[in-house]
Structures are given as C-alpha cells and as structure tokens.
Design a protein around this ligand. Sequence first.
Ligand code: IMP
Length: 430
Amino acid sequence: MPGAVIVGTQWGDEGKGRVTDYLAKESSMCVRYQGGHNAGHTLVVDGEVFKLQLVPSGILYPWVVPVIGNGVVVDPAVLIDEVDMLEGKGVDTRLLRLSGNAHLIMPYHQELDRMTERYLGKNKLGTTKRGIGPAYADKALRVGIRVQDLLDPKIFREKLDLALREKNGVLAKVYNRLPIDAKELAERYLAMVPRLAPMIDDTVHLVHEALDAQQWVLFEGAQATYLDLDHGTYPYVTSSNPIAGGVCTGAGVGPLAIQRVVGLVKAYQTRVGSGPFPTELLEGDAVGDMLVERGREFGTNTGRRRRTGWLDLVMLKHAVRLNTCTELALTKLDILSPLSELQVCVAYEGDDGTRYDHVPYHQSVLHKVKPVYETLPGWGVEIEKVGRLEDLPPCARDYVRFVEDFVGVHVSIVGVGPARDQTIVLPRAA
Ligand code: IMP
C-alpha cells in the first residue's frame, strides 16, 4: 500500500516543513500521527512564510486532505487560531480532518508542564511548556479527554469534573496554585465546538480508504528520532513516538502500509532543550555561532537559540535502523558553505578509551563520550542557486556521498535554501 513516512533522524528542526511540503505535492493525504503544537514547521511559498504547529504541511496544496490523526494531542484553541491564520492568507482549510480519538490538551496540562519543569530546577527537561507530557500521561492513565467528548457536552462535563478533582488537588496542594474552575473551563471548550465539529471525523477510516484506492498517503512526523519516548535520549525526549513505527499506532495502519520512509537529516546537528549532544559546539565557538546565524537556528515555537554541532553519523546510522529509512533528505547543506573544513563524527570514544561504533545504550556512557571526527574539505562557495546535483561543487557532492556511504542509504533530496524551488532531487546511483 502506498504509504510514505517522513521522519527526523536527529533532535528535530531538520527542515522538515519544506521537505514535507515537497513530498506532499505528490500525495492525496497528509497525516500527522503524534506530538502536538510543540512542533513548529516553517514553509516559505512564493516569499510568504507559513508557520505551522498542528496542521499538516499538505494544507498548502488544494488537492491534499490534511489529517490530524488519533496519536496527536490537540489544543483546540491553537488549532482554531492556525486555521484562521491560514484562511487569512487565502488558504482553503475546509478539507482538514481531525480524529475524534485524538486527546485534548487542557489548560491544566500546560500548568502542570510549567510547574514540573520549575520543580525540576537544574534537572529540567527544557520542554516547550505546551502541556504535551501531561496530556500523554493522562492518556496512558486513561483519564484523558478526547476530541469526540466535545460532541457530547454531558460526557465532556462529567469527564472534566472528574479530571479536575484530582488536578486541582495537585495544583493547590503540591504546587500552591489556584484551582481551575470546571464550569468556566467547560464553557470555554464547548464554545469551540461549532468551529471544530465540521473537522471531526473517523480518520482511520479515511486513511484506509485512500490507501485502498492506491493513493499516496504521507505520514508527517513531528519532533524526531532522538526525541522518541522509547528510543531517544530519555528523559530528554518528548512524550510520543516520532519514529516511523509511531505511524502504526498514531494513524491506525499496519507496518506493511508503509512503502517509503524518508529520513530527514540536517547537514549539521541541532537540539533545543537539555540532554546529551556528543558533537555539540559550545556557545561562543565560532563555527557554532556561524551555524546559528546562517541557519537561523532559533525555535519556531519558543524562539530559543538552538544548540549546534557537527553532523553525527553514528546517530544517523542508528536512526536509519530504527526507522528502516529507505532514503534520506539532506537539508540545509548551503549553511555549511563558508567553511573551509568540515568535521563529521564517525565514532565515539568513552572516558575509559573504549571506541563505540554505535550509540551506547547506557546514558552514563553516552553523556561522557567524545566524538571521533573525520575531516572533510569544505567547498567555500554559495550553493543556494544550484538546482542539479552535477552543478554542486565537487566537495559538496563528496559530503553527500560520504553520508550515503557511511549509513548505506541513498540521499534522494538535498536542500540548499528555504524556498520550495531550492531543492535538488537526486537520482538513485546505478
Ligand atoms: P515537549 O515535547 O514540549 O514535552 O518537550 C520535550 C523535549 O522535546 C524538549 O527538549 C523540547 O525542546 C523538545 N521538542 C519538542 N518539540 C520539538 C520540536 O518540534 N523540535 C525540536 N525539539 C522539540
């Protein structure tokens, strides 16, 4: 069945929006399967900038049905704002579908996210404070409130009352915060129903209808492999499963529905929030600062400066395995252009001198590893106008080939700038 997944292979912000937009063009449906408005995708279309948090990137093509799947956690007010922003820019959003099984992010989730971060002090995770973790925790605890509950006001009020009995106790007694008024909150959420109701649907059924009709369905991952709850750098992760396998639970398809897995890899590495980062260039490092400036490495969502570092091929190789990537999209290659030399991490060395060719599972080891670098020559000229592989400078082509050879997966797309047309599509080598 013609399902394709696009998934970040690093810590997010790999330039997913633009590549997703590129792949969405050939799809009939574009499905978000996890995360919430902690994601931030920037798309540039005809000079106009679109910042999306919840709505799938496919929204910008009139023939694509954008779907927010059951695995997503949804702040309905954010969704409505985003729809209004898109409509204001002339984008038709009427095809947008929202799973009735998706869980709602409630104001107490956001308050608890802020409070737990504050209480963790120097051990904080650096979350986006959007309530993502607490909303998924309630889902697992089976006390979450789902989008479909909004369609039955009696049930919605009952569930909210029940939830607030516990949440208000925690907010008041543990965190010394004011309790949330159940009535006022219920009215606020129910007032959004007229806007949401036309979008709410059985998205699993819709996805299968498209697959059965042999139409391409693009599953759009948010966050990325090393922010995965199970396979990322726990606990410095998000609370969902961005890896390709997350599509199965988050959109309701079996693994054989997926034919194509496109792993996104930025030509260097960034991360926001806390956690291990073996190839990190500390703030003040000239190369790191250059990457932040040229790459505009500030969070779409929070405005935070991203931590930057050299490309880590040890992590990439593992990500290729975790996702069964069938191909890679290498983004932001143009950002590296001024450098005369490039480092790429090909192994790690532990503090006892042990060499690691794979990502060590034990975090005490991972926190202390030092990267083993290979130095490659830079190309030293701007490449943002290059449209074909053969027009890339030889050293840039070698960089791409080095990545392919190391991880054993074809690079099918190279990004050389933020606009839709700054994309080089590479034929598979014979
Ligand atoms: P949360 O998802 O808000 O709970 O945050 C958990 C971790 O994931 C933090 O380190 C965030 O900075 C990170 N994170 C969440 N969403 C994104 C994203 O879209 N890009 C990059 N990092 C993210």
